[in-house]
Design a protein around this ligand. Structure first.
Ligand code: NAD
Ligand code: UDP
Length: 378
């Protein structure tokens, strides 16, 4: 097993601003001292923010990540921010031998499963890669969990499983299955595998968290989204245009039935999303009766158009973002935003950070790290 040095024993000052304004400095009551969790994909964008939230809440964390789309620098920074380090194991979720070793060496109470590939275009050209990582990887992980007697799993799913929604805001009971690319199908199949598994054995407690559009970065600007190459997603693309690294934003579609013709999405701050994972874990652990599979949307319930996002980013950054209107991107839906009442009711969780905070913190991350994690890598 390969373990990266993460600065164990470094003398770190923990800034008081960390997680200010949230309820998660303390452990939720359903969760006891010395709980340890495995976070697959914990070096990535959402996983690193969630690792920070769990460490700061007092839990121990083991991260398994093959670094195919991340840098271990994210975890070094998380360790500095939290004042203690997660255990980091570099490896692949499809490596059953490694998983067995890891779970034997580090008994964990639950797994948060972020590891996966997420680029829609790449999934069209390399479907086997996506089914292997996202479906086979999930199956292998579950086999290893079962063998180790670990039955609590929080899974990173996506609003993409709803396809073109029947109505908005989208509730969890809306039909799924109209996925139009291999990435979306890989998430849907993984959801179905987990549903079948939980139906087969009452010991399983599974949360399917359907994320809407995660954006932003930790308020310190220390960790954030670091896409490789030219970004596919709106926010990192806008940020690079604002930096002058890309010439203009290409707005995909201006004839949708929306406020200004551009696509509408539910953008959620990555720290709100990270905190949603702790709330879901707590809910899974709290239930005395059979839990099975639970589905929760994690969104704000508020939709914004591409041009509204662009204007909000300009206001937050003080920069002009040139743009050009272009035809629709294949596979995009017109409008997608969450009904997040179920998460509010059952998890006691709602997103707290508003659009200007999302934009301001996305921009802070960008200017503090113009080359992403390479900026500070030693
Ligand atoms: P990310 O690419 O930043 O993080 C994923 C992490 O998983 C990376 O660190 C990568 O190195 C690791 N990884 C990938 N395949 C692996 C494997 N086989 N073994 C071990 N590690 C592996 O992506 P993210 O935005 O943080 O997304 C996390 C999860 O949330 C993904 O499953 C993604 O599909 C899902 N999701 C993301 C979004 C989004 O817009 N970011 C939206 C909905 C769902
Ligand atoms: N979008 C855009 N230009 C870009 C990237 C995205 O106009 O360079 C639009 C896209 O058509 C959608 C919204 O921004 O309406 C969010 O797209 P993103 O890829 O970030 O997330 P998605 O909702 O597709 O998962």
């Amino acid at each position: 097993m390969k373990r990266a040095a993460l600065g164990y024993g470094v003398n770190v000052e923990v800034g008081e601003v960390l997680l200010s304004g949230t309820n998660y400095r303390e452990k939720p009551s359903s969760m006891t001292q010395s709980m340890k969790f495995l976070i697959t994909g914990g070096a990535g964008y959402i996983g690193s923010h969630t690792t920070l939230v769990l460490l700061r809440a007092g839990f121990d964390v083991v991260v398994l990540d093959n670094l195919c789309n991340a840098s271990s620098e994210s975890l070094k920074r998380v360790a500095q921010m939290a004042g203690r380090a997660p255990i980091f194991v570099e490896g692949d979720i499809r490596d059953r031998v490694l998983l067995d070793q890891l779970l034997a060496q580090h008994p964990v109470q639950a797994v948060l499963h972020f590891a996966g590939l997420k680029a829609v275009g790449e999934s069209v050209t390399q479907p086997l890669l996506y089914y292997s990582n996202n479906v086979e990887g999930t199956v292998t992980l579950c086999k290893a969990m079962e063998a180790a007697g670990v039955f609590t799993l929080v899974f990173s799913s996506s609003a993409t499983v709803y396809g073109d929604p029947v109505t908005v805001p989208i509730t969890e009971d809306q039909p799924v299955g109209q996925t139009i690319n291999p990435y979306g199908r890989s998430k849907l199949i993984a959801e179905q595998v987990l549903g079948d598994l939980a139906a087969s054995d009452p010991r399983w407690r599974v949360a399917l968290l359907r994320y809407f559009n995660p954006v932003g970065a930790h308020e310190t600007g220390q960790i954030g989204e670091d896409p490789r190459g030219i970004p596919n997603n709106l926010l990192p693309y806008i940020a690079r245009v604002a930096m002058g690294k890309l010439p203009e934003l290409v707005v995909f579609g201006y004839d949708y039935p929306t406020v200004d013709g551009t696509g509408v999405r539910d953008y959620i701050h990555v720290m709100d999303l990270a905190e949603g994972h702790l709330a879901a874990l707590s809910a899974l652990k709290a239930k005395k009766s059979r839990v099975g599979v639970q589905v929760w949307n994690l969104g704000t319930g508020q939709g914004y158009s591409v041009l509204q996002i662009l204007r909000a980013f300009e206001a937050a950054s003080g920069r002009t973002v040139p743009y050009r209107l272009a035809p629709r991107r294949a596979g995009d839906v017109a409008i997608s935003y969450a009904n997040s009442a179920k998460a509010a009711l059952e998890l006691g969780w709602t997103a707290k950070r508003d659009l200007s905070t999302m934009m301001r913190e996305a921009w802070r991350w960008q200017i503090m790290n113009p080359d992403g994690y390479q900026t500070g890598e030693s």
